[in-house]
Write a protein that binds this ligand. Structure first.
Ligand code: ADP
Length: 242
């Protein structure tokens, strides 16, 4: 850090952050290893559960199905934790790929409509634009935003997936007219497991990790996430690429 003081004089200070970096690496590796280790036993439990449900008498089916849905949740949480650990552990990449955003958004729009099954009106308005980046990471991030819009917008609502190509910025995002978010929560939404209403998130199949993944992918693309939201009016999640 260089701090100016006096006339034409500067103070140069340096701090050794080796230990802090080692601790961060340990935390990241621990989460990645624990998630990997847990994946196998959960896969085995799921397999046995399916077999049990096939053979169970009527009375046992509801509790077994409850166990099954919780097992699916655990699997989803582990998958998301593994994705996050991977995003964190990779060096900042230089992307050789040019991603055609209009084409990518068309695919995401199509998949969203299939997932949504007609519960919302999902609109796409995309300018022609492309950026250097990882297609698979961008697809994952934008899909997370669309999934959230579906999750937190009551049936009959409208969701718009957009891409605006401005002079020096490309804005990609998702707008909904759903439940919205009270202002005091907005700055914390990209923290892991941060949820405005955890009951609602769990019920809707959320893991609390979706926006943390979005934030990581955007950091790796030198892009910024902007969130605008009003309770009972809706939200806009916008990614700005420069
Ligand atoms: P989750 O898996 O719980 O959806 P996320 O990290 O994707 O986790 O989002 C964090 C929280 O942000 C959610 O639990 C929800 O409270 C809020 N949120 C995200 N997207 C929206 C949205 N489009 N409308 C309203 N709330 C949202």
């Amino acid at each position: 850090r260089i701090t100016p003081y006096g006339h034409g004089e500067y103070l140069l200070s340096a701090i050794d952050i080796t230990q802090q970096k080692q601790l961060e690496d340990m935390r990241r590796d621990f989460i990645a290893n624990a998630s990997h280790e847990l994946r196998t036993p959960i896969t085995v439990i799921s397999g046995y559960l399916e077999a049990l449900i096939d053979q169970a008498d009527k009375k046992m089916i509801p509790p077994l199905e409850k166990i099954q849905s919780q097992t699916e949740r655990m699997t989803q949480i582990l998958e998301d934790l593994i994705v996050l650990a991977r995003l964190e552990s990779k060096e900042l990449p230089i992307y050789p790929d040019i991603v055609d955003l209009a084409e990518l958004l068309q695919e995401i729009h199509h998949d969203a409509k299939v997932l949504d099954d007609g519960r919302h009106e999902i609109i796409l308005s995309a300018d022609q634009a492309s950026i250097e980046g990882s297609r698979s990471e961008l697809q994952m991030a934008i899909t997370n935003l669309v999934t959230n819009a579906i999750r937190y917008t009551p049936d009959g609502g409208t969701i718009r997936i957009f891409c605006h190509s401005l002079r020096d910025t490309i804005q990609v995002g998702v707008e909904d007219d759903g439940i919205g978010i009270p202002p005091e929560h907005i700055s914390r939404l990209t923290e892991r497991f941060y949820r405005v209403d955890s009951g609602r998130s769990r019920e809707a199949g959320g893991t609390g990790l979706g926006l943390a993944i979005v934030k990581h992918v955007l950091d790796r693309h030198n892009a910024a996430l902007h969130i605008e939201s009003h309770p009972d009016e809706g939200s806009v999640f916008r990614c700005d690429f420069r």
